[in-house]
Design a protein around this ligand. Structure first.
Ligand SMILES: *[C@@H]1O[C@H](CO)[C@@H](O)[C@H](O)[C@H]1NC(C)=O
Ligand SMILES: *[C@@H]1O[C@H](CO)[C@@H](O)[C@H](O)[C@H]1NC(C)=O
Ligand SMILES: *[C@@H]1O[C@H](CO)[C@@H](O)[C@H](O)[C@H]1NC(C)=O
Ligand SMILES: *[C@@H]1O[C@H](CO)[C@@H](O)[C@H](O)[C@H]1NC(C)=O
Ligand SMILES: *[C@@H]1O[C@H](CO)[C@@H](O)[C@H](O)[C@H]1NC(C)=O
Ligand SMILES: *[C@@H]1O[C@H](CO)[C@@H](O)[C@H](O)[C@H]1NC(C)=O
Ligand SMILES: *[C@@H]1O[C@H](CO)[C@@H](O)[C@H](O)[C@H]1NC(C)=O
Ligand SMILES: *[C@@H]1O[C@H](CO)[C@@H](O)[C@H](O)[C@H]1NC(C)=O
Ligand SMILES: *[C@@H]1O[C@H](CO)[C@@H](O)[C@H](O)[C@H]1NC(C)=O
Ligand SMILES: *[C@@H]1O[C@H](CO)[C@@H](O)[C@H](O)[C@H]1NC(C)=O
Ligand SMILES: *[C@@H]1O[C@H](CO)[C@@H](O)[C@H](O)[C@H]1NC(C)=O
Ligand SMILES: *[C@@H]1O[C@H](CO)[C@@H](O)[C@H](O)[C@H]1NC(C)=O
Length: 815
């Protein structure tokens, strides 16, 4: 019996044990402690603050226990305690409930890539077990709570890309013994980098890029023995790189680009930073030489020193950098004047991984090194623009077959564009503009089947445009302007379906008609054909270019009518047909172009009346109809109402309703006066403020104003939307210099004899011009000291033509 009893007890015990093992969670579920309910309540409270989600929180309901709710993980040792809340990329909106602080067993909180707004609750400080906090890319605002430093287990804080996150980095963060990752980039954090961060003895990654941090990089930064990744770019940091930085033997990535840092690079750079792979300090104010020792940084993959003020020559032994992939020195003051100083290019030939080489905008001169063509075939980007390099493009440039971008623009290159360029079939952008390249554009250019943009303007290219250019089926923009290209415009250009950005063939010697295929350029936004020798009629098909915004055909010999189909180019904002041989009348339907802001039709043979409709246009800001044979009256409405309208109308029989009620003599129209936008005047006179009133008269009020960023002081005579802008007469009227004023106040001061003489000569000059020099002649009728104005230099101007007489031809004869 005893045995049996024992056995039964034993069995029972065993059974109980087994079931306990098998149903741990169920058993615990039956008897959850009060804290467990806390976790469920906290989750429910968390959910209550979430306004939008992609269904993930629907599973958070009473049909299952909260430990199986989506994104919730409970512990193994504490089965009813939530240890992870992972709800990244779930479309969550709303705010983070302070109840999160009740999930005291939480080790991971990942709410990244949602649309959560509001602040990070300070209650987060209660999460003493939290190891990883991920709140990447939300729209959180407010400050980082200092309380976060109470999360003593935190290893990773990743709160980058919450643009509204402000305030400074809490200095308390420096007291977090476990912190290894602090990633706060792309926020709006201000203040300085707390020096306490240099106490984080486990820190491996610190990224504070793209904030508004100022002050200097903490001097003790080198105290963080494990710091490997330091990213401080795009802030307002100033001062020098702290010497201790160069003690960071674990540093493999360092960026501090686009700050206000200055100083030199240490000459023993090559001895420090033994692990460095990426070093980027572009866009600062660094000066001094590039230390030759940098060629000892054997793991270097990327060196970006662009947009600084580095001087001297480029170290010759760059070829030792076997891992080098990107090398950028653009926009410095570096030099290379002879073969020895150009050696670095020869040396770079050994860097077989080199993908990007940018050295443009420096003081390089001498001949373009021919060895360039032996650079790695992995090279994708080669930028040597805007230097004083001369010589020819090496004939074997086609060897660099990996190139996607080649920019030789703005140099002093001579010779031809090598035929081998056609081998660069991966090329996306080719810049050869503003050099002295001559001879023909090689027909092999048509082999560049990937090309998106081709810039060859501003050279001395001659001969015809090769028709093969029509093979560039991906081309978006083409600039061949300012060359000596001759012959016809090949139809093939017009058949490039992809060309959308611009086609610039202006300032060449192209002749013949504009091919009617121009109508195939249905996606083109800008077409420049100005100043060629094109002739014939403008094809009607041009109206098919429906998205055209700027069309310049001025300075050719186009003849015939302006096609009525222009009205189909609904996006047109600028149309320049000046200086052609167009005749016929102006199509009235041009006025239906509701985006047209600038219309230049001057110097043609246009006749008929100006379509009234044109002046009812609400978009036109500038209009030039000068030098045609137009007739009729210039309406007062539309473009003539606004100051910005350039009503440079001068036509033989054109009448104007505005005073003087006479034919506008051509002599007046020839004077090209600058047009000042109304807004500039508004700004310059503080909105025509009373404080700026210089005087009031019958024809409006005169204000003092400044133009072009305070550089020019002017007097503005204005009424409604019309205003005349005059030179500002700093010394007022002559009156004030020779008489006491009415209130008996003293005169301005005494005029010296030579000043009086100068003033008299200036007045006589002005009168001589009015009476003898200008056509028709003008009689001032009110010449007295109050109408003689003196400028800054005490030179006199005759003003106030309010009652002046303009005498016509007949009257002149009588005189
Ligand atoms: C969080 O915990 C506090 C203190 O234990 C309690 O008063 C509060 O009700 C809890 N909040 C939620 C939503 O559970
Ligand atoms: C409750 O959650 C379960 C999954 O846990 C889900 O299948 C069910 O549709 C949810 N109920 C509601 C009403 O959303
Ligand atoms: C959290 O969720 C994301 C996305 O579902 C996943 O990639 C990640 O591994 C999860 N983290 C953990 C610790 O389970
Ligand atoms: C957090 O979520 C992001 C996005 O899903 C994921 O890439 C990352 O691995 C997650 N981190 C952790 C620790 O779960
Ligand atoms: C800061 O964290 C502590 C817990 O460590 C908590 O008691 C306190 O309420 C928190 N402060 C705020 C403002 O929530
Ligand atoms: C972060 O900022 C950098 C620098 O301004 C920028 O290049 C990057 O695109 C930003 N990242 C995101 C995700 O906006
Ligand atoms: C670093 O920590 C030590 C010891 O806790 C402290 O005395 C010192 O002030 C801290 N340094 C900074 C810069 O916060
Ligand atoms: C470089 O030096 C010139 C002349 O001193 C200065 O005008 C310029 O702002 C400097 N550029 C940078 C990036 O510091
Ligand atoms: C174009 O050719 C003319 C005469 O052939 C020459 O005078 C002129 O300098 C050339 N222009 C350019 C940009 O090469
Ligand atoms: C229009 O063409 C004329 C004549 O070629 C030129 O002087 C003027 O600059 C052009 N205006 C614009 C806005 O293109
Ligand atoms: C132009 O506008 C005026 C009034 O603003 C109107 O009387 C006239 O009929 C309009 N002209 C045309 C051709 O629409
Ligand atoms: C005249 O200028 C005003 C103010 O800049 C502008 O709103 C209006 O459209 C312009 N009218 C014409 C016909 O250009």
């Amino acid at each position: 019996m005893q045995l049996l009893l024992l056995t039964t007890m034993h069995l029972l015990q065993l059974l109980l044990l087994t079931s306990a093992v098998a149903t741990t969670s169920a058993a615990a579920g039956l008897y959850p402690s009060s804290h467990d309910h806390d976790d469920e309540r906290a989750l429910v409270a968390f959910k209550a603050k979430i306004s939008g989600h992609s269904g993930v929180l629907d599973s958070w309901n009473q049909s299952t226990s909260y430990c199986s709710w989506e994104g919730v993980t409970c512990g193994r040792r504490h089965p009813w305690r939530v240890v992870a809340l992972n709800l990244s990329s779930q479309g969550l909106a709303g705010t983070i409930s302070p109840a999160i602080g009740n999930l005291t067993f939480l080790r991971l909180l990942n709410l990244s890539y949602n649309s959560l707004h509001g602040e990070i609750p300070a209650s987060i400080g209660s999460l003493r077990r939290l190891q990883r906090l991920y709140l990447v890319q939300n729209t959180l605002t407010g400050v980082i709570p200092g309380n976060i430093s109470r999360c003593i287990s935190l290893r990773e804080i990743r709160i980058q890309h919450n643009i509204g996150l402000q305030g400074s980095i809490p200095a308390e963060i420096g007291n977090m013994p476990s912190l290894s990752v602090l990633q706060l980039s792309n926020n709006s954090i201000t203040g300085t980098i707390p020096s306490s961060l240099t106490n984080l003895s486990r820190l491996t990654m610190l990224s504070l890029a793209a904030n508004y941090l100022e002050g200097s990089i903490p001097a003790g930064i080198g105290n963080n023995p494990y710091l490997g990744f330091l990213q401080l770019s795009h802030n307002n940091l100033s001062g020098r790189l702290p010497p201790s930085l160069f003690n960071l033997s674990s540093l493999y990535i360092f960026y501090a680009a686009f700050n206000q840092l200055h100083g030199h690079l240490p000459s023993d750079l090559g001895k420090s930073l033994p692990r460095i792979q990426q070093f980027g300090i572009a866009g600062n104010r660094f000066t001094g030489a590039l230390p030759p020792s940098l060629t000892n940084l054997s793991r270097l993959q990327l060196l970006d020193l662009g947009a600084n003020n580095f001087t001297g020559v480029v170290p010759a032994e760059l070829g030792r950098l076997q891992q080098l992939e990107m090398f950028a020195l653009e926009e410095n003051i570096l030099e290379a004047n002879n073969e020895e100083e150009w050696e670095f290019i020869d040396s770079l030939v050994n860097c077989s991984r080199l993908k990007e080489l940018g050295i443009g905008s420096n003081k390089f001169s001498g001949k373009l090194p021919g060895l360039l063509v032996n650079l790695s075939t992995n090279l994708q980007l080669l930028q040597i623009a805007n230097t004083n390099i001369s010589g020819a493009i090496p004939p074997d440039i086609g060897n660099l077959e990996g190139l996607e971008m080649l920019d030789f623009g703005e140099n002093l290159l001579t010779g031809v564009i090598p035929e081998s360029i056609g081998k660069l079939t991966r090329l996306l952008v080719l810049g050869l503009n503003s050099n002295y390249l001559s001879r023909h554009l090689p027909s092999s250019i048509g082999n560049l089947s990937s090309l998106l943009q081709l810039y060859a303007g501003g050279n001395s290219l001659e001969g015809p445009i090769p028709p093969t250019i029509g093979n560039l089926s991906k081309l978006l923009g083409l600039d061949l302007s300012y060359n000596n290209l001759t012959g016809l415009i090949p139809n093939q250009i017009m058949e490039l379906p992809s060309i959308t950005m611009f086609l610039d063939l202006s300032n060449n010697m192209l002749e013949g008609p504009l091919p009617s295929e121009v109508g195939s350029l249905v996606h083109l936004e800008q077409l420049f054909l100005s100043r060629n020798k094109l002739s014939g009629e403008i094809p009607d098909t041009i109206g098919n270019c429906r998205v055209m915004e700027i069309l310049s055909m001025d300075g050719n010999s186009f003849q015939g009518n302006i096609p009525a189909t222009f009205k189909n180019m609904a996006s047109l904002t600028v149309l320049n047909l000046t200086d052609n041989k167009l005749d016929g009348s102006i199509p009235g339907n041009l006025a239906t172009l509701t985006n047209l802001q600038e219309l230049y039709l001057g110097h043609n043979n246009l006749s008929g009346t100006i379509p009234e409709l044109l002046f009812n246009s609400t978009s036109l800001l500038r209009l030039d109809l000068s030098y045609n044979s137009l007739q009729g009256e210039v309406p007062k409405g539309g473009v003539f109402k606004n100051l910005t309208g350039l009503s440079n109308v001068s036509n033989n029989a054109l009448k104007s309703k505005t005073a003087p009620k006479k034919d506008l003599p051509p002599q007046f129209a020839k004077v090209e006066l600058p047009i000042v936008p109304y807004n500039d005047i508004l700004k310059g006179t503080d909105g025509f403020s009373e404080a700026n009133v210089l005087g009031k008269g019958r024809y409006g009020t005169v204000y003092k104003g400044t133009l072009e960023n305070q550089a020019i002081v002017v007097a503005v005579k204005g009424q409604d939307f019309r205003a005349l802008v005059f030179e500002f007469m700093a010394n007022g009227s002559l009156d004030r210099w020779i008489h006491s004023n009415l209130e008996g106040q003293n005169r301005q001061g005494a005029l010296s004899l030579s000043q009086r003489l100068d003033i008299a000569v200036d007045i006589v000059d002005a009168l001589d011009y009015l009476h003898n020099g200008c056509q028709p002649l003008i009689i001032h009728c009110d010449l007295n000291p109050s109408n003689i104005l003196l400028n800054q230099d005490m030179r006199a101007r005759v003003g106030d033509f309010g009652i002046a007489r303009v005498l016509d031809e007949a009257t002149t004869n009588i005189l």
